[in-house]
Design a protein. Structure first.
Length: 484
């Protein structure tokens, strides 16, 4: 890492790129890992790490993480990787901020998921959770301020930390701050379900940044609309970027689609564990049987239930596919502590059983539902898919839609929801569907299964090229460059 602190790049996110465990000698040992957002950041940070160094601030999520945070242990990154500092947030504060506000309110707002006759209801419990969310963001802002000097570049990630840019700006006016939102953004009429002071605080918090980034133009436009409607801010719209003039500062609003590091993904798919999984899955495609694949978390926004319903309608309306297609649905557990997710997961399992009970024969299982989180097997499934189904109700981007065609060994047809941010980037090569229209989705599955092999290869190649052109290195470099 450079000795010039003004060249340091700070990254802040809820989840970080490492977790701590115990070594054989009882010492704390850091292990690299993380989800999709973390993976995207990690693969894009090499240039910044080589230039001036990267320090990544994140939440301590386990007991060993909290011990590392409490004792000041930092994970030192290898060349081209970030150093990591974990923050010890009191468990009750973290739970209220993360589950009570970020996942139960903000996620539902931006994905338009509320059952509005019943939820949300902003009562005294919500206010306690909101106080915790503010405290959580204040902890990050204070820690970032400790690491800042004049001109330090700071990248603050996602809806968990929407207040942090303004809180950091108040502490360190000379910092150069970017905030990136990995989810969709709600239109004003839906966003205004939030209490007025909360709706204002979130927008004001994000506008503490010099640069506010989104994955798709429609999400950036919705944010600008909210700034006008809720804050009364002056908004200037341009071809590629907008600007918001608020509280005497101008914040730039831009679109940075996130693609895939195609080379690294293919190299990972060539490893032995993925190849072994692919060999096992190949047995499902005996006798020319085709595979419809989906890889998702089991959560309402991913629309797994309507996807299964579309597959059932395909088998009902097109009996010629019975025995000639198998649907391999990976639906991994997600946020299982939330009641809405528990109920949704139960419905997924119930519908899967109904489909198999209705259509299975002695030598054919129409649907295989797998809920065990198995990354190598997921990569293998994408590689052998004939049709890939990605039908979210609403999604900031959706990298599976990009990864599947890149991994496809013989070309696959992609059935893609128009409500995924990825549709703006790769939609020309996909079969685009309305995620609420089960019949249209069933028809798209039929079109994908019926598509000639040469057409699948052509479409997969087109999607792969578009996704690879927006690799994480470029996505991150654009945001860093915006701060210069």
């Amino acid at each position: 890492m450079t000795n010039d602190p003004s060249r340091l790049l700070l990254v802040a996110s809820n989840r970080g790129p490492v977790s701590y465990g115990r070594g054989e000698d009882g010492s704390l040992t850091a292990t690299r890992g993380g989800g999709g957002m973390v993976s995207g950041l990690t693969s894009g940070l090499a240039a910044a790490a080589a230039d001036g160094g990267v320090l990544w601030l994140c939440t301590a999520l386990s007991d060993t993480d909290r011990e590392a945070a409490r004792t000041g242990v930092r994970a030192a990154g290898a060349p081209g990787e970030a150093d990591v500092r974990m923050l010890e947030i009191p468990p009750e504060v973290f739970d209220a901020a993360y589950n009570g506000i970020a996942n139960s309110v903000l996620w539902f707002i931006h994905h338009l998921l509320f059952d509005t006759p019943n939820r949300p209801s902003f009562d005294a419990e919500f206010r306690r959770d909101w106080a915790a969310y503010r405290a959580y963001n204040q902890a990050f802002a204070a820690a970032l301020a400790e690491e800042c000097v004049a001109g330090t570049r700071v990248l603050i990630q996602d809806y968990h930390l929407a207040l942090a840019p303004r809180l950091l700006r108040d502490r360190h006016p000379a910092a150069r701050i970017a905030h990136f939102e990995h989810t969709p953004w709600a239109p004003p009429e839906y966003y205004r379900m939030l209490p007025d002071d909360v709706a204002t605080a979130i927008l004001d918090g994000m506008l503490g940044a010099d640069h506010v980034g989104f994955l798709a133009e429609r999400w950036a436009e919705a944010f600008l609309d909210c700034c006008e409607a809720v804050l009364g801010a002056r908004v200037i719209r341009g071809a590629e970027v907008g600007r918001v003039n608020y509280r005497g500062r101008i914040s730039e609003v831009a679109v940075h689609p996130l693609g895939v590091d195609a080379r690294a993904l293919r190299e990972r798919a060539a490893e032995a564990d993925v190849r072994a999984a692919a060999d096992a899955l190949a047995g499902l495609a005996v006798g020319g049987r085709q595979l419809i694949v989906r890889v998702d978390r089991t959560e309402p926004s991913k629309n797994v239930v309507r996807g299964l319903a579309a597959y059932r309608e395909l088998l009902e309306a097109r009996p010629e596919w019975r025995g000639r297609v198998t649907h391999l649905a990976f639906a991994y557990p997600s946020r299982s502590g939330l009641p809405e997710y528990q109920a949704y997961t139960a419905r997924v399992h119930e519908l899967a059983k109904e489909i198999n009970a209705e259509f299975a024969t002695a030598d054919w299982t129409p649907l295989i539902l797998d809920v065990k989180d198995d990354y190598p097997r997921s990569l293998a499934a994408c590689g052998v898919a004939d049709v890939l189904l990605v039908n979210p109700i609403r999604d900031g981007m959706n990298l599976v839609a990009e990864e599947g065609p890149i991994l496809s060994e013989r070309g696959c047809a992609l059935v893609l929801s128009r409500e995924a941010g990825a549709a703006a980037l790769i939609g020309k090569g996909a079969l685009i569907v309305n995620p609420y229209d089960v019949t249209a989705t069933a028809q798209a599955l039929h079109a994908g299964l019926s598509m000639p092999a040469w057409e699948r290869r052509r479409r997969s190649a087109e999607i792969s090229g578009l996704a690879a052109a927006r690799a994480p290195r470029r996505w991150l470099a654009e945001q860093v460059e915006a701060l210069s």
